[in-house]
Design a protein around this ligand. Structure first.
Ligand code: MLT
Length: 408
């Protein structure tokens, strides 16, 4: 008899965003006449930047010729893309990252979910609360947790991110081996200063721990004092892996391209205490389980770094940040405490009530979809997340509807 991986049975219902999509579809079926504005999942709505489209088309045309055709590419990604990433995203900011430390992939969701395979099942894992559910669920699937009790999995160290600590978790009181951090943060939209991030890097160095740093939203940073990469922090190369994505920075959610940086001096240890290169382990995993991102998509991603591409991506993000400002202003006017939206596309709103109830109310009264904070963890209860990824016209309309529905 074939047995299942019973750790899957510990998971809560379905994946958060699938659950929301199902509820919205059910509502829409019941009320086909209602026009729904989606400010739930962080999915971009604007077309790809023209520079990317031109490069994408040109690469497809190359694939139509005998001389330009390409079969399997390098699993780690083409050098042309890895080199522009290293130069623009890291070296230009004084961060020491070389092209061969970059692994191109089809998404930061996959990479942040898969990376835990490299670590022992008894690794002590620290996970923020609230959190992007992928970090948590993939550790549950792997068997690194006990049962779900009182809104939390046993065996994990939760890092509370609340109004009290400015939504930046404090260092754990007990020793941990693997630490997930995401800044600018999903879901709260909060940011971390260089000094705060330095404290985490110092902690990791002292405890031979590793930080998994999700920087998928770094392109939204407008405050020049904030770090875009953990490698801007002294000593991070030995203790941090960083995840980046073109999804939100260049509108690639449906095109799929991302990358993970694993520095060559980043180490973890076997039971005898011998250090092993995580770069070598991730390379082994990546080349065994992944066959690379398609050539046209990598050419489209390369175009993000052209002068035209940079200007177009900045304009794209500026537009979403303008939406975020509209949302912040509307929430302030309605008297709801909130954070985020300045250097991130998410606004974290204190709903003063059960977040799923509030989700239902916004859907029913205003036809606006948000993400209930409770879906991101126990500390998210009483909050909702509003995403700025929509057209400005839709955001304006949604805010007008909320003003009517929520007038106190
Ligand atoms: C979110 O809404 O949190 C993100 O869009 C999910 C993702 O990037 O996978």
């Amino acid at each position: 008899m074939l047995h299942i991986n019973e750790h899957y049975l510990k998971l809560q219902a379905s994946y958060l965003f699938s659950d929301i999509a199902r509820r919205v579809a059910a509502f829409q079926e019941k009320h086909p006449e209602r026009e729904i504005i989606k400010m739930g999942i962080g999915d971009v709505t604007n077309p790809l930047p023209p520079a990317c489209i031109t490069a994408f088309h040109a690469a497809i045309d190359e694939m139509a010729t005998t001389s330009g055709f390409r079969g399997y590419g390098p699993e780690q990604g083409y050098a042309f893309l890895r080199e522009v990433i290293a130069a623009n995203d890291f070296q230009a900011r004084g961060a020491d990252v070389s092209a061969d430390e970059i692994f191109i992939s089809d998404g930061a969701k996959c990479d942040t979910g898969n990376i835990q395979e490299l670590f022992a099942l008894d690794a002590r894992v620290a996970i923020p609360d609230p959190v992007y559910p992928v970090y948590l669920d993939t550790n549950v699937m792997a068997g690194r947790t006990g049962a779900f009790q009182d809104g939390r999995y046993q065996g994990l160290v939760y890092l509370d991110s609340t109004a009290k600590n400015g939504y930046v978790p404090s260092l754990p009181r007990e020793p941990v081996d693997l630490i997930y951090l995401c800044f600018p943060n999903n879901p709260t939209g909060s940011t971390i200063s260089k000094a705060q991030l330095q404290a985490w890097v110092d902690y990791a160095r002292e405890h031979k721990a590793l930080i998994l740093f999700d920087a998928a939203y770094e392109a939204f940073i407008r405050d020049n004092s904030l770090p875009h990469s953990i490698y801007e922090i002294e000593g991070a190369r030995q203790v941090a892996i960083e995840f980046r994505s073109f999804s939100k920075s260049a509108g690639f959610t449906g095109t799929r391209c991302a990358y993970t940086v694993v520095p060559k001096d980043c180490m973890a240890y076997d039971r005898s205490g011998t250090a092993h290169s995580l770069h070598a382990l991730w390379n082994r995993r990546h080349s065994t389980k992944f066959n690379g991102v398609s050539y046209p998509v990598q050419r489209a991603a390369e175009a993000v770094y052209s002068e035209q591409g940079k200007a177009e991506c900045k304009a794209l993000i500026d537009g979403y940040l303008d939406n975020a400002r509209l949302i912040s202003q509307a929430m302030a006017k309605l008297g709801y405490a909130h954070v985020g939206g300045d250097n991130a596309p998410y606004i974290w709103v204190q709903s003063e009530r059960d977040s799923w109830e509030f989700f239902d109310e916004l859907l029913e009264k205003a036809g606006v979809v948000c993400t209930p904070g409770a879906g991101f963890g126990r500390c998210g209860q009483g909050y909702i997340r509003l995403s700025a990824f929509n057209s400005t016209a839709n955001v304006e309309k949604a805010m007008e509807r909320l003003a009517t529905a929520l007038a106190k």
